[in-house]
Design a protein around this ligand. Structure first.
Ligand code: AMP
Length: 378
């Protein structure tokens, strides 16, 4: 199957070629026709499999064949993911030579400037539920012009404090609005909530297993929690890590560990919700540009972020559940590139990690480091 057979408009196929994207991924093959056919859809596919383009490509086609001021909303649980989706959309428009725009609508930016930009009638609005709901209430976004709403990382959007806001927002849309729910970890609870927002949802499921097989999962174990940092330092050298996300469970630990790494001459920075939004933006840009080697993060970075050339994801602490483990480790091994997920366990964490592997079906290997070389643990 190719993009021509999926009836993607020629300008977009040209744009994809400029992005070195020649062949659709499985989820794109399965989703594009359904979305172009105006179905409501719940799309489940592993991390890094091209879900963003799976909905953007057919939706841009829908915009091109609709009224000039039709709009599409993409909701995202984090500012960073919203910003990334907005960049992909604008990049597509520019490379395709289409006179359309995508606008980022997030809370940290000046609302009156956003209102001015809305007057130019951007085709795609990407943002956080809070800010978008506010702009709909103030009638700066005309709800009846919105033809499709996408819930990116739907299980998170429909599962926290934004749910009541989303429900209220959905009441202002036209009855026939198309709704698309996307996630790597769509659960029954999310599908139930989705079913309360709209009907006739087509389920599209591309995954054979839940875990991408281009990610290798390894772990180092110690009985003593205090040994973890030493193992981390050794593993950064032994594994030849070029660019990695290092996950911590607490914001304050992210700051502490990044300072300790810097103290040992390792190029690191912290990135978490306690950090100022502008600083966060700068840090992520520096990381994308390769100016930071180890980004020490909280779970804020676990969803959707697509950083090219990410060789490793390291868990310094184990997340609470297997779903979160999949989101964290899914930041590497994207678009068929190889990636390595490393976890450093202490005490009872080992048992928990083994249970994640069993539950979600990934192959997990215990390793040791001897004289600077990674070997299989006996
Ligand atoms: P996503 O899952 O949407 O975050 O996409 C993950 C990565 O895959 C991004 O870097 C995309 O640019 C890339 N990608 C998306 N679709 C394709 C495709 N058909 N072929 C190759 N790479 C792709």
């Amino acid at each position: 199957m190719n993009f021509e057979e999926l009836k993607i408009v020629p300008q977009l196929i040209e744009a994809l070629k400029k992005m070195n994207i020649e062949k659709p991924t499985e989820i794109q093959v399965l989703s594009i026709g359904k979305i172009a056919g105006n179905h409501n859809a719940a799309i489940k596919s592993q991390t890094g499999t091209g879900k963003t383009l799976a909905y953007l490509l057919p939706l841009i086609k829908k915009l091109m064949s609709g009224e000039k001021d039709d709009q599409i909303i993409v909701l995202s649980p984090t500012h960073e993911l919203a910003s990334q989706i907005n960049t992909v959309a604008n990049d597509l428009f520019a490379k395709a030579g289409l006179p359309m725009k995508s606008l980022l609508l997030i809370g940290s930016t000046n609302i009156s400037r956003q209102m001015d930009q809305l007057k130019k009638k951007p085709s795609i609005l990407v943002g956080s539920p809070g800010r978008i709901a506010e702009l709909i209430t103030q009638k700066k976004i005309k709800a009846h012009k919105v033809k499709t709403i996408v819930f990116d990382e739907a299980d998170r959007l429909l599962n926290d404090e934004s749910l009541s806001q989303i429900k209220a927002m959905c009441k202002s849309f036209m009855r026939d609005i198309q709704m698309i729910f996307v996630s790597a970890t769509m659960n029954d609870e999310t599908l139930k909530v989705a079913g309360s927002l709209t009907q006739n949802i087509v389920s599209i499921n591309a995954q054979t297993g839940q875990t991408p097989d281009n990610i290798e999962h390894i772990f180092f174990h110690t009985d003593d929690e205090r040994e973890k940092f030493k193992i981390l330092r050794k593993s950064i050298n032994a594994l030849n890590i070029e660019k990695a996300l290092l996950f911590m469970n607490k914001n304050e630990d992210a700051l502490k560990i990044s300072e300790r790494l810097i103290h040992h001459g390792i190029n690191a920075a912290d990135f978490h919700s306690a950090k100022d939004k502008l600083e966060r933006q700068k840090t992520i840009t520096d990381f994308r540009n390769g100016d930071i080697k180890i980004l020490v993060v909280s779970d804020l970075a676990a969803r959707g972020l697509d950083v090219s050339g990410l060789t490793h994801v390291i868990n310094y602490n184990l997340p609470d559940d297997a779903t979160q483990y999949l989101h964290r480790t899914g930041r590497t091994g994207r678009a068929d590139k190889k990636g390595i997920a490393v976890t450093i366990t202490a005490g009872r964490e080992k048992k928990l990690l083994l249970s994640f592997a069993e539950k979600t079906g990934f192959v997990l290997k215990q390793k040791d480091i001897r004289e600077g070389v990674v070997i299989d643990a006996i």
